[in-house]
Design a protein around this ligand. Structure first.
Ligand code: SF4
Length: 179
């Protein structure tokens, strides 16, 4: 299913391995001040001015499937290493790979995120999940146009359904990470 992250939205499922059991979430301190909420990069009102719906079904599709990336920051790596009781270097050797200048969690040969538990179908580090996971499906590539959002909804059964997420909250989540 991840095979849809190749242009804008199409990039999104590939780049992700995002959230299992996601919420429309918390933002990291990095996100603050990146863009005025509820504005496009050009200061125009976004097409999703009326908000978009999302409620995670817990299907796990976003964490499994075709190869993809889950970008992690230094802080996220340090927190995950601490959770696992190892040093950062040890954690990176086991769970992180370089993708250009960025770093991503590794994944299993199946394409599943290394922290996805296939038995419970839950993220094993959910409370420490990276920003990329926390902000799904509200990524710039997914909400760029109605068409990219439709593609997202086709891949993620929780997108387009459930409670309405306000445009300013979406804009805030979009500003958290570039995906
Ligand atoms: S509903 Fe969407 S966000 Fe939730 S687990 Fe499934 S694919 Fe991921």
């Amino acid at each position: 299913m991840n095979n849809f992250h190749r242009s804008t939205v199409v990039r999104s499922l590939r780049e992700r391995k995002l959230v299992s059991r996601s919420e429309t979430t918390t933002m990291s301190s990095e996100s603050r001040g990146m863009m005025a909420p509820n504005q496009s990069a050009h200061g125009e009102r976004p097409w999703y001015q009326a908000g978009l719906r999302f409620r995670c079904t817990g299907c796990g599709r976003c964490c499994t499937g075709d190869p993809g990336f889950v970008y992690v920051t230094r802080e996220e790596i340090a927190a995950l290493a601490a959770r696992l009781g190892c040093g950062v270097a040890q954690f990176e050797a086991a769970f992180v790979r370089a993708i250009g200048r960025r770093k991503s969690l590794v994944e299993l040969t199946s394409g599943d995120c290394v922290f996805f538990d296939r038995v419970t179908r839950r993220c094993r580090v959910y409370d420490l999940r990276p920003r990329q996971c926390r902000t799904w499906p509200f990524w710039a590539s997914n909400v760029e146009t109605p068409s990219t959002w439709e593609q997202t909804c086709r891949a993620c059964p929780g997108s387009g359904r459930g409670p309405l997420v306000a445009a300013d909250q979406i804009a805030t989540l979009v500003a958290v990470i570039r995906v």
